[in-house]
Design a protein around this ligand. Structure first.
Ligand code: NAG
Ligand code: NAG
Ligand code: NAG
Length: 448
């Protein structure tokens, strides 16, 4: 075991053991009166004193864990082999991963044999990075055995041709992969498939669902090369630490169509420059409704405010799992001064030469192995990180509620009152295991 891994294992135990033994006792002692849903205004009252106000010290009432049903291969074997599928994935690392996960489920649904997926990386990253450049191929094949068949090489008679392209990425609504894709697979025997973005997977038969869960949550691990870089970074971060996925980049703010006051003119200019046609800033009632639906990214200073409301001490070591384009970062670092970034921890040379996918992989790895993880958004990375933390039984995971923040701010709350409302809202989400909003059927709720 590497020192970092050893450190993690040891500290994880330290955090886990007390909760395991004390949970039943504390449940009765601390079981809160059923609190109102966060949309109602908080009862007047003070914030609990700092000593009892640490979000992580709150006991969970329910816990999410991987369900038992998909963890035991072998499943029902395919009744026949219908051909070969290559999953083609586009975008950033976490989007690649999401599409790959879907593709694994589809391959098994169609009783197809998978060849290694193809990762087409977005042009702005200026790199080409295949599956094997990020993930451990042999581990993937070994872990999916009994779920879906994966081969490194195609049979000679097929290897010489290009696969027939089936692009489902633009498909809307529910459609049936068997109906839509199987005929092409049977005809061509080798297809490349881009999965649909928002397909519901819960209607698939159990063997396809199980393959999805196993492929996504038990079969993907970074390859040795990327992992060793990640371990190096993990070792450089002062312990214990909280990994914060902060999202406040010009393009995402422009895309959100939200307006902000009090940003620097430099930030305003960057947001304007990133604005695309058809995504004008919302105004009036539309803007209010949008904001109250939780659509507006939290600014770094709003994030610092909420973390403080959750009792997270301002001297906490914070690793910023984020890209380089964050705006208004001083709003956060002026409060949480022990904040670290990749560029501050890696040598200049190592950092400059690193590909976008590698940087994303480092953030992913560090976030899965941190003492606590907080996200200000629930994007692809956050979905993967929270799910992987759940796989490992790591409880200190929370997605901040933009909706609660917008709602209470709109109601005129500020200062201590707002902090109290934020505390109540997040505590409620956290103890009910909703703070990490786990997706789909791979995870099951256990009452504690
Ligand atoms: C795939 O195999 C299963 C048995 O594991 C069978 O029930 C199903 O009909 C097959 N589907 C296709 C599309 O071949
Ligand atoms: C893309 O990569 C090439 C070669 O590695 C390099 O010369 C070029 O400056 C890069 N472009 C950007 C925009 O980073
Ligand atoms: C808070 O949200 C709820 C629904 O989500 C809405 O009915 C209520 O009006 C909102 N409150 C404020 C102050 O915006």
């Amino acid at each position: 075991m590497t020192p970092a891994a050893a450190w993690c294992a040891q500290h994880r135990l330290r955090f886990l053991l007390p909760s395991l033994f004390l949970a039943p006792v504390l449940f009765f002692l601390l079981s809160p009166p059923s609190s109102p849903p966060f949309v109602s205004l908080p009862a007047s009252g003070e914030l609990p004193p700092l000593s009892s106000r640490l979000i992580w010290a709150q006991r969970w009432l329910v816990e999410w864990r991987p369900c038992g049903w998909w963890r035991t291969a072998p499943l029902q074997a395919p009744s026949r082999r219908n051909g070969y599928i290559r999953i083609d994935c586009y975008g950033g690392l976490n989007q690649l991963r999401r599409d790959l996960c879907d593709g694994i489920g589809v391959a098994r649904l169609l009783n197809a044999t998978m060849v290694l997926p193809k990762f087409e990386v977005a042009a702005y990253w200026n790199e080409s990075s295949g599956f094997a450049d990020v993930f451990d191929v042999d581990y993937f094949i070994e872990q999916t055995r009994g779920y879906v068949e994966v081969v490194k090489d195609l049979p000679a008679e097929i290897a010489s041709r290009e696969p027939f392209k089936v692009d489902c990425s633009k498909r809307k609504g529910h459609f049936d992969y068997v109906e839509t894709v199987l005929p092409a697979l049977l005809e061509h025997q080798y297809i490349s498939l881009t999965p649909a973005m928002n397909q519901r997977r819960d209607r698939n038969p159990a063997y396809a669902k199980a393959s999805y869960c196993q492929g996504c949550y038990s079969a993907l691990r970074l390859n040795k090369n990327v992992e060793s870089k990640a371990v190096e970074l993990l070792q450089a971060i002062p312990k214990p630490f909280l990994s914060l996925h902060l999202r406040f980049e010009p393009d995402m703010v422009a895309y959100s169509r939200c307006s902000y006051t009090g940003l620097s003119s430099k930030s305003m200019d960057s947001i304007e420059a990133a604005r695309r046609e058809g995504r004008k800033v919302l105004t009036g009632d539309a803007a209010r409704l949008w904001r109250n639906r939780g659509k507006c990214p939290l600014t770094p200073s709003e994030t610092a405010f909420i973390l403080q409301a959750l009792g997270i001490p301002t001297n906490t070591n914070i690793y910023l799992a984020a890209g380089d384009g964050l705006m208004e970062l001083e709003g956060f670092t002026s409060v949480y001064k022990n904040t670290y970034t990749k560029s501050s921890l890696l040598t200049h040379e190592a950092f400059e030469n690193m590909h976008g996918n590698t940087k994303a992989a480092l953030d992913y790895y560090v976030s899965v192995n941190s003492d606590a993880y907080v996200a200000t958004f629930f994007g692809n990375m956050d979905k993967m990180v929270t799910a992987m933390r759940t796989m490992q039984g790591l409880q200190r995971t929370l997605v901040l509620s933009r909706r609660a923040f917008a709602n209470y701010t709109a109601a005129g709350l500020a200062g201590q009152q707002l902090a109290k409302a934020m505390w109540d809202a997040h505590r409620e989400e956290y103890v009910r295991g909703r703070g990490s909003a786990l997706p789909e059927y791979c995870f099951c709720e256990f009452k504690l």
